[in-house]
Design a protein around this ligand. Structure first.
Ligand SMILES: Cc1cc2nc3c(=O)[nH]c(=O)nc-3n(C[C@H](O)[C@H](O)[C@H](O)COP(=O)(O)OP(=O)(O)OC[C@H]3O[C@@H](n4cnc5c(N)ncnc54)[C@H](O)[C@@H]3O)c2cc1C
Length: 614
């Protein structure tokens, strides 16, 4: 659909000259008039607007695109993928975010990757085999000695802290009907007599609450954790992806199809569903209209209130946003000059804040460089965030590894990459977790409440909205699919061929009252009905009406064009500017029209080289 450009005066010329005149005109207007002038906001119009180009948003777009909807994806940053972020260190593929793939159970990604890349592309990780074992290092005894525990040899049972670790780990599922949703830290203290200062507590926290929930023992609700554990629907087997990065695979399978519809650098600050047509407004001042809006930003972004919802979100939705926890987390990948760990190492728990590390090499047999990726969440991540810079964070990781690996880490170190998810302004955390109250004994879970649409125009997706696979990529993808399906069910399919595309021009866009404006219908597909809303309470059913604005203000004008096939509404935000009569007239309607023209042009070039998919 094309933007309507009100032609108040014969303002012809190429885009460059328009820009030049607009800039000069605006400057003159600002300099010569005490009445503040304003640039008229540009706008876009699509069937569905999706906020966020992470896994959930992109899969929602993929679902809707396949159904024939026109979609626009608004992404705050300069990249898509969100918390799926593939990179390399030396010749080893590293994942700055999601890394572990799940098996076949309830997970279409596994089968799709298998079909695309072959049966050997997904390699089991963290599996005990003669070639691979789990190493848990607790002290300075070094490789294979003292309290170092190899599960293959069974000597983990000799260490009471490791026994505690597994006891806590497996007890997690037994408290689904616990009378209270007490903090897991209290539970460890009172039921197990394990204080926060014990090694077993630290190892458990580093391995499970941190790794699986991105948080810390003091923030998890025991009953909610138990229920979440029991509800988890993905396969227990974990895989690494050998031939390519996780994001590359998702691009190939799904995202490439919808990447042209992404508008980068478009952080949404307002989602307004109170007007004649839902609109998402980005930080550049562009109004993105649609019949439905799907919000897929992280729970951290929702908690931070970065998006102003108009009207306010319902109380139960706000309660869900406040109640579900958002963890914090960091990953550090380190490249070494040689393999300083035993070949059978697959996973190591560390005593220090670096918490846990593993070897991406274990599922990338063709890689020749040597990389460990370390994963610190919750309290460990907070400690790392408190260090002055990434160099200090890498030094801390090397110091912790030195303890475990006999001092070899710092000497063999070459380079490292730190990814702090809590510091990412449009993620603000690692992933969601079951804080107390997330899963009550009866009624909806807070995740189900978070997932519910608000009316027929506002929808929610994202990992935190998935009831049985939260904090995962498959969960995020499935949530996007669910939200796309909900939109489709409510809209009843994309606009049928022959539906009008409403469009119009205005003879004037500014002037003192009384301001007489003639509107001209430019809608396609031969409408038989027109419904105008002039923004000041006035309305008309004529095709080409005139309207007099008598009161100072800024007015949004919309036209709904209807024919026997369907209807479409075009909204022009803040189109008409009527200054106070006492003020000096705005420099001239052509100036405003030129500014408007300049602004509206932007919808044709959302992303250089990309289609705006209108
Ligand atoms: C360190 C780490 C390790 C992980 N490991 C695994 C793993 O091994 N396996 C697994 O399955 N999962 C893992 N996960 C979880 C997985 O990455 C997430 O569940 C999933 O990627 C979330 O996708 P999403 O689309 O819900 O959210 P996001 O990925 O956060 O996407 C949201 C998008 O919205 C954008 N955005 C935010 N605010 C705005 C705004 N105002 N306007 C416009 N755009 C906005 C963001 O920039 C982002 O691109 C891990 C996550 C982390 C952080």
């Amino acid at each position: 659909m094309d933007a309507a450009i009100p032609h108040a005066m014969p303002c012809s010329g190429g885009l460059d000259s328009v820009r030049k005149f607009a800039a000069i005109g605006l400057l003159l207007a600002l300099a010569s008039s005490p009445t503040p002038t304003r640039a008229v906001e540009p706008s876009t119009d699509h069937d569905v607007v999706i906020v966020g180009a992470g896994a959930a948003g992109l899969y929602a777009a993929y679902t809707l695109d396949n159904l024939g909807y026109s979609v626009l994806i608004l992404e705050a940053t300069d990249r898509h993928g969100g918390r799926v972020y593939s990179d390399t260190l030396g010749d080893v593929g590293i994942e700055r975010g999601a890394e572990e793939l799940y098996g076949t159970t309830n997970n279409f990604v596994y089968n799709d990757i298998k079909a695309e890349y072959g049966p050997g592309a997904q390699i089991r990780i963290f599996e005990e085999t003669p070639q691979s074992d789990t190493l848990i290092v607790m002290d300075a005894d070094g490789m294979g000695g003292g309290n170092t525990c190899w599960s293959e040899s069974g000597n983990c049972d000799a260490d009471p802290d490791i026994v505690d670790y597994w006891d806590f780990y497996y007890a997690t599922g037994d408290y689904a009907n616990h009378p209270t949703d007490e903090l897991v830290s209290d539970f460890l203290d009172t039921t197990w007599g394990v204080p926060s200062t014990s090694r077993g507590y630290h190892l458990y926290e580093a391995g499970s609450p941190a790794g699986e929930y991105g948080t810390t023992v003091e923030r998890l609700g025991l009953r909610s954790l138990s229920r979440e554990w029991n509800a988890f629907s993905l396969s227990g087997a974990l895989y690494g992806l050998a031939p390519t990065g996780y994001l590359d695979a998702l691009n190939t399978l799904y995202f490439d199809q919808v990447i042209p519809y992404i508008s980068y650098h478009s952080p949404v600050t307002v989602v307004d569903t109170s007007g004649i047509k839902p609109v998402a407004i980005d930080d550049n001042g562009v109004y993105h209209y649609a019949d439905a809006i799907i919000v897929t930003v992280s729970l951290g972004v929702l908690k931070a209130g970065i998006i102003d919802f108009i009207p306010d979100l319902p109380a139960d939705k706000l309660d869900a946003i406040n109640t579900i926890g958002m963890g914090n987390g960091m990953k550090i990948s380190l490249r070494f000059g040689s393999q300083i760990w035993e070949s059978k190492l697959s996973y190591v728990l560390l005593d220090g804040p670096t918490a846990s590390c593993w070897t991406p090499n274990s599922y990338q047999p063709s890689a020749t460089d040597h990389v460990l990726t370390c994963f610190m969440m919750g309290r460990n991540s907070e400690f790392m965030e408190g260090l002055p810079d990434d160099t200090a964070r890498i030094d801390q990781a090397l110091a912790d590894l030195d303890v475990a690996l006999g001092g070899t880490a710092s000497t063999a170190f070459i380079e490292g990459v730190v990814q702090n998810w809590t510091a990412e302004p449009y993620v603000l955390g690692s992933y969601s977790f079951p804080a107390p109250g997330t899963r009550p004994v009866t009624g909806s879970t807070q995740r189900e409440v978070l997932a519910q649409p608000v009316g027929t125009t506002l929808y929610f997706a994202g990992e935190a909205t998935h009831n049985t696979a939260p904090s995962t990529v498959p969960g995020a993808l499935q949530s996007g699919e669910r939200a796309g399906g909900e939109v489709d069910a409510n809209l009843g399919g994309p606009p049928a061929a022959g539906t009008p595309t409403a469009d119009f021009t205005a003879s004037l866009v500014s002037g003192e009252p009384p301001l007489d404006v003639s509107f001209t219908d430019l809608s396609t597909e031969l409408p038989t009905g027109w419904s105008w809303d002039f923004g000041d309470g006035g309305a008309s059913g004529n095709q080409n009406p005139s309207h007099q604005y008598t009161t100072a203000g800024i007015y949004t004008v919309s036209l709904t064009a209807t024919n026997p096939v369907g209807s479409h509404t075009r909204v022009m935000p803040n189109l008409i500017f009527v200054p106070e009569p006492s003020g000096i007239a705005v420099f001239g309607s052509c100036v405003t029209a030129l500014v408007l023209l300049q602004a509206r042009r932007r919808r044709f070039c959302i992303q250089p080289g990309r289609s705006s998919h209108e």
